[in-house]
Design a protein around this ligand. Structure first.
Ligand SMILES: [Zn+2]
Length: 308
């Protein structure tokens, strides 16, 4: 297993030694943006604030021009199999977006259990309802709200109400702007140890072949990510001790940019991570392939609960 870390992280640092010491910190903000191609992610006009203000504060993986190979770890290039892989750290037999809840303990569940955290300290917030099936077991003890469900913490009633009044045209989801709102307020009021924020509008506009709205949703992500960094910087609890990890579940076709399922062209993805102990190198080159499977163990290592 250690070699995996060498691949993902140590390529960034120096050589990979037997006793890899994870970068260590206190909190993790884990963000996924659904179906955002590397072609757009590495476009500085689309993610302009990110590339201007944040990329150099961490490590960006997945730039083909740098020969950085980052790939999904499922055969389908599809959302739910990808989220399952990300949150369980294992490959999955799930091949559709209709699979039920995962059966093994997930990243969020393990973090809450191992660190013996109160209910409000770990949460999964997703715009698409499939996120909670990929990230949590049924009847999970982790705070969550995915798709068209309310976020049950007190103080979120107005966002729940607005969100219900203004549903997206697609099913089983809420608009990303409400997921961001929940997330920002939750971070301010409850200072979570681990929050997963999973966005969805981008993929929906992609499938609808609405290029302008696809790009618009990405620019909105760029803005929200910028605001999130400003918020974290303003909070002493987060300023120094927090890792922010951002990735996507799959890419999209090249010419057929609206699709992704079973497409080879949708397998390349990207990742960004920043936080204590993570080199500030921006977009980097590396030799070995990185995949979704490496995210869970790395976050566990960062929070000090990884078991080899
Ligand atoms: Zn899709």
């Amino acid at each position: 297993m250690k070699t995996l870390f060498c691949i993902l992280f140590l390529l960034l640092l120096s050589s990979c030694r037997e006793s890899y010491k994870f970068p260590k910190g206190e909190n993790v903000i884990f963000i996924t943006l659904d179906g955002v191609r590397y072609q757009e992610f590495f476009n500085q006009k689309v993610f302009s604030k990110f590339w201007t203000h944040h990329a150099e504060s961490g490590v960006v993986l997945g730039d083909p021009s740098k020969k950085s190979k980052v790939r999904v770890a499922n055969m389908m290039s599809l959302s739910l199999p990808a989220y399952i892989t990300i949150h369980t750290g294992k490959r999955t037999l799930c091949k559709t977006n209709d699979c039920g809840h995962i059966k093994r303990e997930s990243l969020s569940e393990k973090v809450r259990r191992k660190l013996v955290l109160p209910f409000e300290k770990v949460a999964v917030l997703g715009s698409w309802n499939g996120i909670c099936r990929g990230a949590l077991r049924e009847n999970s003890l982790v705070l969550n709200s995915c798709g068209d469900t309310d976020f049950i913490l007190p103080g979120h009633e107005d966002i729940n109400l607005e969100s219900r009044k203004n549903p997206p045209v697609w099913d089983n989801a809420r608009l990303d702007k409400y997921t961001w709102q929940h997330g920002f307020r939750y971070i301010k009021n409850h200072r979570p140890k681990l929050i997963t924020l999973s966005m969805n509008d981008s993929d929906e506009y992609g499938h609808d072949r609405q290029w302008d709205n696809y790009i618009k949703s990405l620019k909105a992500y760029d803005q929200k990510i910028h605001e999130l960094f400003l918020l974290l910087d303003s909070m002493p609890e987060y300023k120094k001790d927090t890792m922010v990890f951002i990735t996507t579940d799959h890419g999209r076709g090249k010419k057929r940019w609206w699709g992704h399922t079973l497409m080879r062209q949708a397998r390349p993805i990207w990742m960004f991570l920043t936080g204590p102990g993570i080199p500030k190198k921006g977009s980097i080159s590396h030799k070995k392939k990185v995949t979704h499977l490496q995210i869970k163990p790395f976050i566990e290592g960062f929070l000090g609960i990884y078991e080899d």
